[in-house]
Design a protein around this ligand. Structure first.
Ligand code: H2U
Ligand code: ZN
Length: 348
């Protein structure tokens, strides 16, 4: 591929998963920054915080007491954005369209330890989180009123996360959310045309080219996608074509835990801070139809740009036109790949 011709100048790249373009401006990385500097919150020093609503044994906002859990702990969000009993009513007069949206919101505590993060949890502990996600996926997918199981983690105050206790969320809904609709349509189109899943072909090419690969194990690969928007955005891909977390074998779940550990440790090491991000998994629609076109994958979207204090803003042209990045995905991958696989707090 003749990417060299474009590497040093402004160009745009196509995202085959969403059908959207991103502008890349590598010549712009040296521009001075006199704007706002962020403060990235340090991890808590407390293993158990009596004021935390997620810590074991503590009382939550709705008065319920958390059990003395020792691994993962899942509960229904006390302030759920989706209600299971919303009516199916649909209004559509050709211009004003609205419909009831029902679903369930769950909160997943990754560990009873208030002071840990995925980056600082052991492989066994992370594997328990993966098992928990798989079990939740299976249980929610079995419900006739659920077609989308969206698992995600919002890390860090800068991302609007309300609590440092290691936790994520699951929003399961009747309808497919926007990103799932875009990715589903593109994967279906590719599968119809080529008879193979889009992301299987994509991973094969990335493994040949190698420049965007960060780390890999027997079952999963972490890379900076060719079309990454966020400076240090990554994609987590399974080697075997598998469409949901509950389809992973035991060995693959361990492989996913290893991959999550490897990338989150590198993220923390990048600027020697507890690295903020939004991450989550896209898995097939849970509608009882076969989905050979769908490949399970994880997205990490970190907001930091060039240091622990400078954040990328999606404003101006990006709000009105489309996304733009400065540092190339290849340069970002090289940066992340070169980092130590050992957490900076442990190598001191
Ligand atoms: P975030 O920090 O990612 O926003 O997640 C915390 C979630 O926990 C949030 O969605 C819920 C909030 O509604 N929560 C409870 O369910 N019970 C509580 O007692 C406080 C917070
Ligand atoms: Zn806590």
């Amino acid at each position: 591929m003749m990417l060299e011709k474009l590497q040093a100048t402004s160009h745009r790249r196509f995202n085959p998963l969403t059908g959207e373009w991103v502008i890349v401006s590598p010549h712009r990385t040296l521009r001075p920054w006199q704007g706002q500097e962020e403060e990235v919150s340090a991890p808590s020093a407390l293993a158990h915080d009596p004021k935390c609503y997620l810590c074991a044994g503590n009382i939550r906002a709705n008065g319920a007491r958390n059990p003395d859990y020792t691994s993962t702990f899942v509960f229904d969000n006390d302030f759920a954005a989706l209600k299971p009993d919303a009516p199916e009513t649909r209004l559509d007069d050709g211009l004003f369209v609205a419909e009831g949206e029902s679903g369930l919101c769950r909160v997943v505590c990754f560990s009873p330890r208030h002071d840990l993060t995925l980056a600082r949890m052991s492989l066994t502990e992370i594997a328990a989180v993966v098992d928990c996600w798989a079990a939740e996926t299976k249980a929610l997918a079995a419900r006739p009123d659920i077609t989308s199981v969206q698992i995600f983690e919002n890390r860090g105050e800068i991302m609007g996360c309300s609590n440092p206790h290691p936790h994520g969320q699951i929003w399961a809904s009747r309808h497919l959310p926007n990103e799932m609709v875009k990715e589903g349509a593109r994967q279906q189109e590719y599968f119809t045309r080529h008879g193979r899943p889009l992301l299987t072909d994509y991973l094969k090419r990335e493994l040949e080219i190698k420049t965007r690969i960060i780390c890999e194990n027997d079952h999963f690969v972490v890379l900076v996608p060719f079309w990454a928007v966020w400076p240090f955005e990554t994609l987590v891909l399974p080697r075997r074509t598998v469409s949901s977390l509950d389809d992973l074998s035991a060995a693959e779940r361990t492989g996913l835990a290893e991959a999550l550990s490897a990338i989150t440790v590198r993220y923390d090491n990048l600027f020697s801070v507890s690295f903020p991000y939004s991450m989550g998994f896209h898995q097939r629609p849970m509608d009882d139809k076969p989905h050979p076109e769908w490949t399970l994958h994880g997205h990490f979207y970190p907001p930091l740009l060039r240091s622990a204090t400078v954040k990328k803003f999606m404003v101006g042209f990006e709000m009105l036109g489309g996304p733009q990045r400065d540092i190339t995905p290849e340069a970002a991958a090289a940066c992340l790949r070169a980092l130590s696989a050992r957490h900076y707090l442990e190598s001191r």
